[in-house]
Design a protein around this ligand. Sequence first.
Ligand SMILES: [Zn+2]
Length: 182
Amino acid sequence: MPKSTRRRCDAHLPFREATRDRAIRAGELAKYLRRNRCKNWPIRGSKRCRLHGGFSTGPRTAEGKARTVAAMVEGRRRLLESLKGEGKPVPWGRKRGGVNRSAAERQLAQATKQHARARRDLKALNSLTRRRQRRQAREVVKREVARLLAEHEEERRQLRFPPLSPEQREAVTEGFRRRVAV
Ligand SMILES: [Zn+2]
């Protein structure tokens, strides 16, 4: 079944102050405003429900239509004037960001995200717990290598082989280390 394209009335409802204040404290004002809308079905042939102007016909006489247009023009004029007074640019064109991001902006955002992830991973890797774990692992390897070396030297003594020279000893230790570390 295709999803219905029928929309709810969606008119803004008056604020319930306690709810709004709670939303502000939770940092969720935008969510509250988005959800505080009328959920009635609209009147057929209108976008609004019976409580929110669904029966309104809008201006009908030529004079009424002219007043509406005049009010729109006046509102736009006031907006431009106030923007000019504040030295702000007149907004125009597509909105920035979101689906209108350029390829370069997308790439940069992705790289920033990857960088942040890498930083987070590195931080976790260098955390105290991990450092302690690695130190303990190194100790275990060291002890095991020492034990193997002692065993090896004991065997040589029993077989009446000459004791290891310092270089031989180093080579044998390195071999054990490699075996234990795997
Ligand atoms: Zn409504």
